[in-house]
Each structure stands twice: as C-alpha cells, then as structure tokens.
Design a protein around this ligand. Structure first.
Ligand SMILES: Nc1ncnc2c1ncn2[C@@H]1O[C@H](COP(=O)(O)OP(=O)(O)OP(=O)(O)O)[C@@H](O)[C@H]1O
Length: 795
C-alpha cells in the first residue's frame, strides 16, 4: 500500500504529558479564536433575519393597496424575503466549517464576495529565509455572509473564493498556507483540525506563528461511526473531487473511480454546486438517478444539509415512471432478457400486436398480469356492421385486416394512429354505400361525405367497434398481454429463443413489477404515445393578468418542498441529469433515462468493476446512444476513503479475478484490523453462525453492521437477525450497491459469485462496503481452507 495512514496517530500516542498540555493550550486558544468569529457571524445573521422579517411585513402591508402592480410587487418581495428567511433559519445551525489562511496574492483585485481573486502568491510573499506573513484569512460556510461594511464574514463553499479550500494540496498549494476545518454545534465551536499546505514555511499572523492542530479533517471525518444515512463531505472535499464538483456543466462529465472514492458524494455536491452557479438554468430541474430505493433514502439528506433540495429530484430506477413502483425482483437470467436492447424489437411488435388481443373487462384499471384474458375471453371484433343512408354496410375480417395493416405501415405511435384508422374505416364504408359518384359537383360530394361521416361516426355500433378494434392501449396492458407465452413467442420471433420466451412470459405473470419491467413500461409509453386529451381549464389566477412578473421573479422557486413535489409529479425532462452507479444501468434503462435528458447536460458516475450487468459492452453502447454525440469530459477518482487498507487488499483479490489488470483505488488509511474468516462449523446451521457473527460485529463497532447475502437469501437472512436491533441490516448483494456500514458480514462469497454471470463483480461490491471491520463467512460451497479462507479469496 503506497500511502496508508494509521489512526490514531503515532504523533499523539507518543507525546509526553507536558507536550500534550502545551498542545491543549494552543488548541483551546485556537478554538477561542474561532468562537469569536462565529459569535460575530451570528450577530450579523440576527441583523439579517430582522431585515428579512421587516421586508416581509412591509411587503404584506403593500398588498393591501390592491392594484395589479402592487400585487406583483408584493408577490415578488414576499417571495424573495421568504427565501431569504427560510435559508437563514435553515442554515443557521452548524454552517461555518472552514477557514483558509492565505499568502498575499499577485495583485490586489477583489471579487464580488469581497475576497482577493489572485490564485498565485505575490513574488515576494515568501521571504528568502522561508518566512511569510498571512495576507488574508477567509472563513468558509454553507452560505455566504457579508458584514455591514461588505467584508466577507463567511464565503459560500461554492463561490470561486472557496475553491482553494478544497483544491490546494501540499504539491500545489497556491496561496494557501493552512487549511482549517472547524467543528461546531449550534453556536459553540467544539474543535479545529488543520492541514498545512506549506509545512516548511514559518508563517505568522498578526505577529504570532501560525499553529497547526490535529491530524487533519479528513482523517477525523473518516474515523467517525456511520449511521443509516450519508453525511455531506463539504468540509473535507479533496482536490481531485473538487475538480469534478466544479467542472463546468457543458456536455457530459464522466467520472470513474473504484469503491469508496466518493463518487456518490461528489455527484450530490455537484448538484448543489451547479444550482449555486446558475440557478436560472437549472430551474429546469436536476434529476439524480440511483439504482435502488435504499440508496435513495441513504443519500436523501445530503442536499438539504447543503441548503439545496427544491430543484433536485432523486429517484430510484424503479420509480422513474410516475405511478409505478418496482417491488419484485427478477432473477439474473430474466433480468438479462428484460434489460437487453433486443427487447426494443419485441416491444415494437407487442405494441402493435396488442391491438388484436382481447380487451380486459374493467378499464382503465387492469387486473393482475395474466388474469385479463381469463376475465374477458371475447377476441378482437372480426366484422363491422353499421347502417347509413338507409343501407346496412359491412366490413369483413379480410377487409379489416388490410385496413389495419395499412394504418400500421407507418412508424407513428400506435395510440396516435387511431384517428387514421377511423378515417380509413369510414372510407371503406363510404365506398360501399353507393354514394360515391352520386354528385359530380365537388362541393355537394364533400357535403354528402361529411354527412355520411357524421352519421356513422356517432353511431353506437361504430363507436363500440372502434373501441374494441383499435383500443387505446396502456403500457401496462401491453406488458400484460406479453405474459401469454404463445403470443409473446410470435412477437419475439427471431429475437428471443424459446427458453427466453418461456422465462419472460412466466415472469410477467407473477404479481408486481420489477425494476426491469419499469424500463419496459417506459419504452412502451413511447411506442404507444399518449392520446391527445381535452385540455383541463386552468383555474383563474389574477397574477396571469400581469406582465413582467417573470422578470421580477427570475427564479420561480415556490417553497422548496412544493417544488420538489411538483418536479417529481410533472417533470419528464430535466436540465441536468446525474446518473449514480451508472455501470449498472441495462441498455433498456439507459434508453429510459436518456429520454429524461434529451436536452440536458449530464454527470455520469460509475465503476465498471462493480457492474452487475452481464454484458458491459452492450450497456456501454446503449449509454453512448442515450448521451448522443455530446463531447465527453473524463475524470478519474483514485483514492478510496471508505475501506481501510486491510479490507481494500482483500477486495483487490476478487477484482483481479473479475477484471484482470484493473487497478484498485489506493486506501487512504489503515486500521491494523485484518478481515476475519469464519467457516460454518459442522452440524451447525448457517443461520446460527450468521447471527453470532453479526452480534460479534455489533460489539466491535459503534455504528452500523451490514449482513450481505446472495439475493435469494434476503428474506431468511432478515429473519435470522430478528431482535438484534436497528444497527444491523440484512441485504441482498445487489441491494448493497452504494451503501456502507461500519462493519460487514459477507455470507458465502461463492453463493454471491455464482448467482449471475457478473457475480464476481457483485462480490467485489459486497466486500467493499465496510469502513472498519469485515467478516467473511464460508459455507461448504466456498471450500474454505483450514483458516476459514474461502477458495475465491485465497492468494
Ligand atoms: N473528501 C471526503 N471527506 C470525507 N469523507 C469522504 C470524502 N470522500 C468520500 N468520503 C466518504 O467515503 C465514503 C465513500 O463515498 P461514496 O459512497 O461517495 O463513494 P463511491 O465512490 O460512491 O463508492 P461506491 O462506488 O462503493 O458506491 C463515504 O462515507 C463518504 O462520505
């Protein structure tokens, strides 16, 4: 391991009592310095809250004037003041977290936030004897606060002036001499952690030498126990991560990195950064796509902690289609069929073929898949009979088939072809009516035709026939129709083999939808098209009468919650799409996600080594199609912040099997605790050993324990752990994606690896979830050696 730091530091352990006391005094003094600054910031914030409250009261009084102009003004003012107050109140707690002490810059120019803009130090900032005076000190927080004289008390973490806090490294320090992370609770400063960017320099501030306290914020953050939700990393973002977070949002930003390199964290902070940079542009919404609902709930709190949520929708792949929630699981063989882009051809046929399937009885609510046929055995009508101009007119099965083929010869969505089908039916009936050629005068002929159409198309028999013969299809109805094996066989001819047809049809007959079904429904939605609906009348809003309101209110933010709800309910396209765990999207899922960002810029984060999709090349092709020809900018994250070196080394053995030649990210710390190997003793049930090993891990760590099992053991594993409390959870290997625990128990590597063609990569994911301790439990299938090490994990 090239670079691994051990906690707690040898420096602290070895310090003599006297030296430690001296350190404590300096620490207390430095905490006192930051406390003073925080007090000043709070005083200023209170002033600003009073200002905002005054603005709101004033605006409310103006509203009583009642003219349209006053109404618009009131609305804009209330709106702005409301946001202001809301933000101040929300971010009042714990929002100051950083400080940088900088050398004098090259020039004396200041930016809009009151900080000097120069990135490089002045030529003479460092004296020949390697001493220097600090030229500027900036405090960094979740929002910016200016003092009454416009000097910056706090710089917003996303502002350009805050970038050196994240970017500077000892290799490339720029003007930064010391970076400090401040820990506070409410109004009280609890601690500081410093990193020196120029350790060789003797810098002074106000005549006193600049001290460095602690082992650095990163190590302090990484050593903390984990809860069931992700924390923001705003105070310890690392330079390579900051480059990604602040990358301009043109085209596609593609981020690759191994487990624990902070891809998810970076993606979330990037959303907050983009909104800060260009709120107007991203009023179009940012969509973050996560692979599982578990990962959505794990990450949901991060954006609100950064003061952002209103314009961002975080959705799991299984809930991207409104009104649908994936609850069922497809075994790998079925998932492989449903996820493949071969399904496009099958769905195309099904979308058209479903016109000829019998109608379900109850519309629009559908029975469970497979039940509809039994409920309504009647087939599609084979004859049309109407009475017009005193004659009985009929179209027979052959004629109807020809008309249908004619209508379907185009590529338009099936539901949108219904008016054309209606038109051709009327044409055919008219041709039989004997009225053709009755008038040579074109006007009279047109009138006659028009009255014929009117007569026929309002006749119950015609309307009933049209509804049955060209029904309005819903995606769900077509998917249900595919549950019939014979029919599916016809639609999938030359695309799927017989075994695949049988498996697919069987899976569509079971209750509930899987995450893969959701992508099929979305594809069908496009193939069918939404029929035109009569517009609903909008409610009268007096503000509609006013012009220029948009200008007054450049960002129509509503309340954050309202907006988030509206986004989720209404939006089908977004201004920016962030795809997390992108390596896992199947080709069909890429098509679904791609449709939501046709005009968007993209951030795509993933790790091919963690892909659970069996054919990565096919998925990559679908991804490239979804992202179109937009230029790609690539970043790589190389440092593993999650796993201690001991765990990362073990996982690397599986990586070598799964993707020979692929490098693992380097772990940033080491705990000295090696992974534990246990084999289920003879005559003992797996359940007992799982339970006792989970209990053992609960005793070892303060935070969470994840027990990862093969997908087909999810249910029983949860029962094995019953009563052990909510610090421990059981998860199937695919559910572990993106999550992390203080300790993990990986149950039977062989079972996980054998479950699918991508099994080794799934096992790699399972082994990389822990921040502190890892136990690997082997069953007989794992062929453990005398030390309990399973075959797959031996050197
Ligand atoms: N700069 C940082 N400071 C503190 N903690 C960090 C930093 N970067 C990442 N971490 C922590 O490392 C852990 C892993 O981060 P994250 O889940 O974003 O990684 P990932 O690359 O998405 O991992 P995976 O591919 O395994 O899902 C998290 O606990 C995160 O908070």
């Amino acid at each position: 391991m090239a670079y691994a730091r051990r906690l707690p530091s040898a420096r602290q352990k070895g310090a003599s009592v006297a030296a430690q006391e001296a350190v404590d005094t300096v620490r207390d003094r430095e905490i006192g310095v930051e406390q003073e600054h925080l007090d000043q910031v709070y005083r200023r914030l209170e002033e600003k809250i009073h200002e905002a409250e005054f603005l709101m009261n004033d605006a409310a009084q103006r509203a009583q004037v009642g003219t349209p102009g006053a109404l618009a003004e009131r609305d804009a003012q209330v709106f702005r003041a409301g946001i202001h107050l809301n933000r101040l109140n929300n971010e009042f707690e714990d929002f100051l977290f950083g400080r940088i002490d900088l050398l004098y810059g090259k020039d004396g120019k200041k930016g809009p936030d009151g900080a000097y803009t120069s990135v490089e130090p002045a030529e003479d900032a460092i004296r020949p004897d390697n001493t220097a005076e600090i030229g500027e000190t900036l405090h960094i927080g979740r929002i910016g606060v200016l003092d009454s004289d416009y000097s910056p008390l706090v710089i917003d973490w996303r502002a350009p002036a805050a970038a050196p806090f994240y970017r500077s490294t000892p290799v490339d320090p720029g003007r930064v001499v010391r970076r400090r992370v401040i820990r506070s609770k409410g109004r009280k400063v609890l601690g500081v952690e410093d990193d020196l960017m120029r350790p060789e320099l003797k810098a002074t501030l106000g005549g006193r030498e600049l001290p460095a306290i602690g082992d650095g914020a990163l190590m302090a953050a990484l050593g903390q126990a984990r809860g069931h939700t992700m924390r923001d990393i705003v105070s310890s973002i690392q330079a390579e991560q900051d480059l990604v977070i602040r990358a301009p949002a043109a085209s596609v930003t593609y981020v690759e990195g191994g487990p624990g390199t902070g891809k998810t964290a970076v993606a979330l902070h990037r959303a907050a950064y983009l909104l800060y940079q260009d709120r107007r542009r991203y009023a179009g919404g940012i969509l973050i796509v996560s692979p599982t609902p578990l990962l959505v709930s794990y990450t949901e709190g991060v954006l609100p902690s950064l003061g952002e949520e209103g314009q961002v929708a975080i959705r799991a792949l299984g809930s991207l289609v409104d009104g649908v929630e994936a609850t069922a699981y497809d075994e790998p063989a079925v998932a492989r069929i449903k996820g493949s882009s071969r399904m496009v051809a099958v769905l195309r046929k099904a979308a058209r073929g479903a016109l000829e399937t019998p109608q379900p009885k109850a519309q629009p609510e559908l029975p469970e898949p497979g039940e509809d046929e039994r409920a309504a055995p009647a087939g599609t009508p084979t004859r049309l009979r109407v009475v017009a101009f005193g004659r009985r007119l009929e179209l027979e099965a052959d004629e109807l088939r020809r008309i249908r083929q004619n209508v379907l010869s185009g590529t338009a969505p099936v539901n949108l072809l219904r008016p054309r089908a209606r038109r051709l039916l009327l044409d055919a009936l008219y041709a039989k009516s004997g009225a053709v050629g009755r008038h040579s005068d074109p006007e009279l002929a047109a009138e006659l035709r028009s009255s014929f159409d009117e007569d026929v198309s309002t006749e119950d028999s015609f309307l009933g026939f049209l509804d049955a013969w060209w029904p309005e299809l819903t995606p769900r109805r077509v998917l249900d129709a595919m549950a019939d094996e014979k029919r599916l066989g016809r639609w999938a001819r030359r695309v799927l083999n017989q075994g695949e047809v049988r498996r697919l049809a069987r899976s569509l007959r079971r209750p509930g939808l899987s995450v893969h079904d959701v992508a099929l429904l979305d594809e069908l939605h496009t193939l069918l098209g939404a029929p035109a609906r009569p517009r609903r009348k909008r409610e009268y809003d007096p503000l509609d009468q006013l012009t220029g309101l948009e200008e007054l209110m450049p960002v129509r933010e509503e309340t954050q919650r309202e907006r988030a709800e509206r986004l989720a309910a209404e939006r089908t396209e977004y201004a920016h799409v962030i795809v997390d765990e992108a390596q896992d999207l199947t080709p069909m899922q890429w098509r679904m996600v791609g449709r939501r960002g046709r005009h968007a810029t993209w951030t795509v984060v993933g790790d091919p080594a963690q892909s659970s999709w069996s054919d990565p090349d096919e998925a990559a092709a679908a991804r490239d199609e979804a992202l179109g020809s937009r230029p790609r900018r690539r970043f790589e994250l190389t440092v593993n912040y999650r796993n201690p070196a001991e765990i990362a080394e073990l996982a690397a053995r599986v990586l070598a099997l799964a993707m020979p030649g692929k490098e693992s990210p380097r772990a940033v710390r080491s705990t000295g605790v090696e992974p534990r190997f246990v084999a289920v003793p003879e005559n003992t049930h797996l359940a007992e050993t799982v339970r006792s090993e989970a209990e053992r891990l609960l005793g070892e760590v303060d935070g969470t324990v994840g027990v990862v099992v093969a997908m087909n053991r999810r249910g029983e594993a949860a029962r094995w752990l019953a009563g052990l409390g909510d610090r421990v959870v059981a998860l199937g290997s695919l559910e572990a994606k993106g999550l992390e625990y203080d300790a993990t128990l990986v149950v039977s590597p062989a079972e996980i690896a054998d479950e699918s063609p991508a099994g080794l990569r799934v096992l790699y994911v399972a082994l990389t979830r822990s921040t502190q301790a890892l136990t690997v439990l082997s069953g007989p299938r794992d062929l453990p050696d005398a030390a309990g090490v399973p075959d797959l994990l031996r050197d």
